[in-house]
Structures are given as C-alpha cells and as structure tokens.
Write a protein that binds this ligand. Structure first.
Ligand code: KG4
Ligand code: ZN
Length: 346
C-alpha cells in the first residue's frame, strides 16, 4: 500500500511517500523556522500562510523524489490533531482535494501517535505490538502502553512543560538560540554533568507523571542568582560555565525519562520500549535508554534521528495502520487542537 503523508500541524510543511508503513520512498520537509525565529515562537497566522505556499510544492517534490505519480497513490494520510487549527485545516483541505480528484481514501492521523510509527520506518524493525513508549517533543512528554499502532493508553505525562519545551526554555536563558535541544546537546559535550546536581523531577516514583518547569526554574536560580527583589539575574553567576549548566540540565532530563522508561517495562511486563519525537534525537538520552535496556533485558526501539523531528514519513506510516485497522474515516475529517487518550494505571 503506497501512502502519501501530509503534515502541517505546526511550522513544518511536509510530504512523504511510504510503502506498507515501513519503506520510505521519499520524504520532503519545508521548515518555516526562519520565518518565526524573530518572534521567538510560532506565529499561527504566519504558519498558515506559509503552509498555503508550501503544500503543493512539497507534494510535487515528494512524488518526484519517489519517481511516482499521483495515480500510484493508494491512500492519502493527513495530520488532523493535535496542532494549530488553521494550519491543520490547510493540510486537510489539500488532502481531501487530492483524495476527491483521484478517487482515493483520505485518513486522518494523530501526530503524536504518528511519532510512534517512526521507529518502524525501516523494514529491518519487527512491527509487533504491544509496546511501551515515550513521545518526547516540544509539546508532549507522554508515556504510553500501546496494544496496537492505533490503540494507545496513557500511562502518564508531564504536568507542565514538555521535555523539548524545557530544552528550548533553558537554551533561551543560556542564550543558545532556538531550537534549544540540539544547542544544549552540543554545549553539554564540553561540560560536567555533575557540576549542578539538579533534583530529578520524577514526582511519584511509582507513577509516570513528570514535571519539567521546576527544573527550568532551578537552573535559573542556581546558575544565575537573584536580584534583591527575588527575580533571577540575566547573566550567569561568576565562575558558572554554560557548558556545565547545559550538561547538568540535560543529565537531569535524561535520568528522569530513563527512570520512567524502566518503570514502564517493569510495571507492564512489556519488554519493548519505543521512543519518538524531537527529543528522541538526543544522543545521551538514546545511549541511556540503550544501557537501561541492556541492564534490564528489554528491547529499545529508537526512531532514526532524521525522523525524530516533525516529518511526513511518520504520518504516511501511521496512515497505513489507520487505513488497515480503523473503520471508515469521518467525512469531512475533524481537526482538533488538542488530543487526549484514555489513562490506565498498570
Ligand atoms: O517532535 P518535534 O519536531 O516537534 C513537536 O511536535 O513538538 O520536537 C521539537 C522539539 C524541540 O523542543 C527541540 O528543542 C527538541 O524537540 N529537540 C531536541 C533535540 N533535537 C530536537 N531535544 C533534545 N536534544 C536534541 N538533540
Ligand atoms: Zn511532533
């Protein structure tokens, strides 16, 4: 089954062709990051306008890269949630127009669940469920128990900032730029992860919820000091090195996520742990999860780095599962700014 995936939930316009949920024929991403950087965040109206310009060119580029034509497509998959509503609607309009013109089914895909199809974007990886997993991105830090690629139960999540958001905010206070995750990872290479023993925000040791906003505040007060009125200062305290702060912060996030991954395996008895989302690019996190898997005897499925951050190959892969396993899609597709899952207590 050849699926065209379309992604437009935030500030990337992407199209990809994937066969049977695993074989990538093409993947094209047009990033808007430079259009938003001067505003220090994504401006929804600008995102929508950029998607209008980029959607059809990325579809054309994805078809060309795959050496395919529109007629070769079996299914069109598009992100319907969560995301910026205006941005989502543009992707859906493009997908429905193509589906109507070609007489092909159009399926809606949950972007977060699609991040969990990304570890399988290689024919060598066994596509088997159940799984326990983590999606760690700019907006989500969610631990799941997944019975199938379209049946995900929530084990726990961040109560405030997502892991990627914490990387972005700490990078901003350190003056390292946006996106913060890659910048912190690079800065941390020269640093001592033990320089600042930040508290690991694991919350209840027996539960899956985490919290990263206190860690960000701890970085501010511990490394920047305070004015007399209690506000944190803008520059690092004398003798505090940016690299040490970056390494210590990163270690606190990595330790927290690894502890919850081990707990997920232990509590569910499922011995396969998958990770996706932008933060899954992080080298120390990948190494830490691999080491935990080796020590505790579970398999770790890492998303290939190129498909951790937002892309449409994961949307096409998830679209394959939705088309195969779910009932007929609603017409017209419904978009939602937020997604929710049933919570379970293992
Ligand atoms: O999945 P994604 O591309 O977009 C969302 O759906 O949010 O994730 C983007 C997030 C950003 O917060 C970025 O700082 C983070 O992923 N990120 C990283 C790394 N690369 C991207 N965080 C830590 N280490 C990285 N190497
Ligand atoms: Zn994402």
């Amino acid at each position: 089954m050849l699926v065209l995936g379309l992604e437009s939930s935030c500030d990337e316009t992407a199209a990809a062709l994937v066969e049977d949920g695993t074989r990538i024929r093409s993947s094209v991403v047009a990033s808007q990051v430079l259009r938003h950087s001067k505003f220090k965040g994504v401006v929804p109206e600008i995102a929508s306008r950029e998607h209008v310009k980029a959607l059809l060119p990325v579809v054309r580029a994805a078809l060309d890269e795959a050496g395919a034509t529109l007629r070769d497509l079996d299914v069109i998959a598009v992100t319907t949630e969560p995301g910026l509503v205006g941005a989502l609607l543009l992707g859906v309009a493009a997908a429905e127009a193509l589906g109507l013109a070609l007489g092909r089914p159009v399926v809606g895909v949950n972007h977060i669940e699609a991040h969990l199809s990304a570890p399988f974007l290689s024919p060598e990886v066994r596509a088997e469920w159940p799984l326990v997993s983590l999606v760690a991105s700019g907006g989500h830090t969610h631990f799941f128990y997944s019975k199938s690629p379209i049946d995900h139960r929530l084990l726990g999540a961040t109560l405030d900032d997502a892991a990627g958001e914490a990387f972005d905010k700490v990078a901003a206070v350190l003056g390292l730029g946006y996106p913060g995750g890659p910048a912190i990872e690079v800065a941390a290479k020269e640093g001592d992860a033990k320089a600042f023993p930040f508290k690991r925000p694991v919350l209840a040791p027996d539960g899956f919820d985490v919290s990263f906003s206190g860690l960000k505040t701890a970085v501010k007060y511990r490394c920047f000091g305070q004015y007399e009125d209690g506000r944190p200062r803008e520059s690092l305290l004398p003798g505090v090195r940016t690299a040490d702060v970056a390494a210590s912060f990163q270690a606190a996030v990595v330790d927290t996520l690894t502890a919850k991954a081990r707990l997920a395996v232990r509590k569910t008895g499922v011995r396969r742990f998958a990770i996706g989302g932008g933060v899954a690019c992080n080298g120390p996190l990948r190494s830490s999860l691999m080491a935990a898997g080796k020590a505790d005897g579970f398999e770790v499925l890492l998303t290939p780095p190129a498909f951790c951050t937002d892309n449409a190959a994961m949307i096409a892969a998830q679209g394959f599962h939705v088309a195969r396993l779910a009932g007929p899609p609603p017409i017209p597709l419904v978009v939602r700014s937020r997604a929710s899952w049933t919570r379970i207590a293992p």
